[in-house]
Design a protein around this ligand. Structure first.
Ligand code: BMA
Length: 319
């Protein structure tokens, strides 16, 4: 596949669901400003989205929405599912942008989300079996840090966390290791912004890492500053299956970006921000759930074999 053919494939890889946006403030059982950036998981035969919901003060909490097919017939918890503890300085301005992964060893779901503290955003961890009761394990690393997710299993005995600290104003994707989910070390950069590209200003993890036969698919967002504002798009990378600190491939082009009016117009214009991924084994499809213009939830669908073909056609990465 030459570069032109690859770019052509990138532009048709993901198909927007024709019923987008699938969740909006109008669907909500209680008054809210917006709903966006959900974590996604299959649970008890349903598709569950843990949505970021912004209340009428401008603070966020997390609420569960369930659907039998991940597209329609959503049932939304009648009240917030996970609220910030307002007595805690670390969460005083709310909870944002959850990513969910099933921890094989613990037989529990790990939710990594952002607590918005006085000192900036903190990557925090909660564990649950049922999305009704949660063990809240608190902040994992100091601020300013966002866009984090664990891998579902250990590598050489240690857990791995993808996250996005901001250092000297630079926003690259990092990977850190821990023996116990509490003490983190061996911090290293995984993916860097690319000057002058669509992902030149900032990058961060999208959904949870997706396991493919070729390695871990890393879905990430990239930001470009323009004279008018900024554009949030989505790209792909491939990490080594046994050593996810090794980047094997990275897409030159984005695979999803603001195009439809629900992505271009909203609380923040021109944002497609993927936070939930779901592999539909029955159909061989990958669903990506994303926040559209920071005030609605939308979904884009790809054939998983096409995604594999595309990422393997992307350039190898020099590290
Ligand atoms: C990022 C995060 C997301 C948000 C995005 C676009 O920095 O704060 O929650 O969706 O910006 O505004």
């Amino acid at each position: 596949m030459n570069a032109f053919q690859r770019a052509k494939l990138a532009s048709v890889l993901f198909r927007r669901y024709e019923g987008n946006p699938i969740l909006t403030a109008g669907h909500w059982p209680y008054p809210i400003n917006s709903v966006f950036n959900p974590g996604a998981v299959a649970l008890n035969g349903d598709i569950l989205l843990l949505c970021r919901v912004e209340d009428l003060r401008g603070f966020s909490h997390l609420t569960v929405a369930r659907s039998p097919n991940g597209l329609t017939d959503w049932t939304i918890d009648p009240e917030p599912t996970l609220l910030a503890d307002q007595s805690s300085k670390e969460e005083q301005w709310g909870l944002e942008d959850p990513r969910i992964v099933w921890l094989e060893e613990q037989k529990q779901y790990a939710i990594t989300y952002v607590s918005f503290s006085e000192g900036g955003p903190i990557v925090s961890l909660a564990i649950t079996r049922n999305f009704k009761t949660f063990a809240r394990l608190g902040g994992m690393l100091p601020p300013e840090d966002k866009d984090a997710c664990l891998f579902p299993r250990r590598f050489n005995g240690r857990f791995a966390l993808i996250h996005r600290p901001v250092v000297r104003g630079e926003a690259h994707i990092w990977l850190s290791m821990s023996p116990d989910l509490k003490h983190w070390g061996d911090h290293r950069t995984l993916l860097r912004t690319r000057y002058a590209h669509w992902d030149g200003a900032r990058i961060g993890l999208g959904c949870q890492p997706i396991e493919l036969p070729e390695g871990w698919l890393l879905v990430y967002h990239g930001v470009r500053h323009t004279t008018a504002s900024q554009i949030y798009r989505t790209g792909l990378a491939l990490l080594d299956k046994d050593a996810p600190w090794r980047v094997l491939r990275r897409s030159e082009e984005w695979v999803l970006g603001p195009r439809e009016s629900y992505e271009r117009i909203g609380d923040v214009s021109d944002v497609t921000f993927v936070t939930g991924g779901l592999v539909r084994k029955e159909t061989g499809e990958l669903y990506l759930y994303y926040g559209a213009a920071d005030d609605k939830v939308a979904v884009a669908v790809a054939n998983l074999d096409d995604v594999r073909e595309y990422i393997m056609a992307c350039p190898q990465v020099d590290q």
